[in-house]
Design a protein around this ligand. Structure first.
Ligand SMILES: [Zn+2]
Length: 323
């Protein structure tokens, strides 16, 4: 999309060639503290696409925040053409609280498009829908697994948005996983507005994993290069893996309660009959081996140390090509 004049974010204009940090006040706290979201806007003088990298939709998903931070720190967000917008921390209030959700328990990523006079989280969603979505062509939104569930680095694509598969291949995460859009999510609102959005998942909440950060940063570089937007100093490294496309996944649940130890790594291919975990009681009375009854790639591994009967412990691929 050609935008030779100013891009307007709230009341502020950013013109071609300008680099600006727009601070948007989205709420006023009872502590007399304004709640501001810093938005890093970098524009080339040459027209081109508008790409946004965002993270922290869930305030406890630190690994995604680290990826967007790196894009800024390494000047990857200085575009050769077009505009790059970085929002490392969308949900700043939940980040301060080290929480996935808002103080009232609402999940920002289920409230889109939001409303101007709804709950605080809904007003945040409304701001993003009204101010951000209309000005961007592409979005990469970075997430992690919730709780102690560690996601393998992946791009998620909805089965009815196969046009995104090419972009996912350019990003080249270790896995591309087909998952439905969730109603009320940022991804669903991007789709409705014709914004091409790649949802990145990797790592787990309240955790920093350098490998996940590196995959996110390198994928972002490859995407920018594909769009012709990467500056000359931005040279993506060749991936050490091949991208695997996963059409379906299923959760493996434990039938036991107790302390939980795994013997496998996320991303690994497990075989039927393989011992993948042990559940044992704290008193030395029993020990149950979890034996794989299915084969597939481990898309998610629960890193909890304690499970209850019926807890989801592994997410495993169902339809895949084993290379
Ligand atoms: Zn998330």
């Amino acid at each position: 999309m050609d935008r030779s004049d100013g891009i307007k974010i709230f009341t502020e204009f950013v013109y071609p060639g300008e680099q600006k940090i727009v601070e948007v006040t989205v709420a006023q706290l009872h502590t007399m503290t304004p709640l501001k979201i810093p938005i890093f806007v970098n524009r080339s003088t040459t027209p081109g696409p508008v790409v946004m990298f965002s993270a922290g939709m869930h305030g406890d998903e630190i690994n995604g925040i680290d990826i967007v931070r790196e894009l800024i720190a390494q000047n990857i967000n200085i575009p050769k053409i077009g505009t790059i917008i970085c929002v490392p921390l969308i949900n700043i209030l939940s980040f301060i609280n080290k929480s996935r959700v808002f103080p009232d328990g609402r999940d920002l990523n289920r409230l889109f498009p939001g409303s101007a006079d709804g709950s605080l989280a809904s007003r945040f969603a409304y701001f993003i829908t009204k101010e951000i979505v209309p000005i961007v062509d592409y979005v990469v939104d970075f997430h992690t697994g919730g709780g102690k569930r560690f996601n393998v680095a992946q791009i998620r694509v909805a089965p009815d948005q196969l046009e995104l598969m090419d972009l996912a291949a350019e990003f080249n995460a270790p896995f591309t996983v087909m998952t439905q859009n969730i109603e009320g999510s940022f991804r669903s609102i991007c789709k409705e507005n014709g914004v091409k959005m790649l949802l990145f998942e990797g790592g787990m909440s309240l955790n920093l994993n350098q490998e996940i950060t590196t995959i996110g940063v390198e994928g972002s570089k490859r995407l920018l290069q594909h769009l012709g937007m990467a500056s000359d100093h931005v040279i993506p490294s060749a991936p050490t893996y091949t991208n695997k496309i996963i059409h379906k996944t299923t959760w493996l649940r434990t039938n036991h309660s107790g302390l939980f130890k795994t013997f496998v790594e996320v991303g690994e291919y497990i075989s039927i009959g393989q011992k993948i975990a042990t559940v044992y009681d704290p008193f030395g009375q029993y020990e149950y081996d979890e034996i794989a009854k299915k084969e597939g790639y481990l898309i998610n591994v629960n890193h909890t140390s304690l499970v209850y009967q019926g807890d989801a412990i592994f997410n495993i691929s169902k339809e895949h090509k084993h290379e």
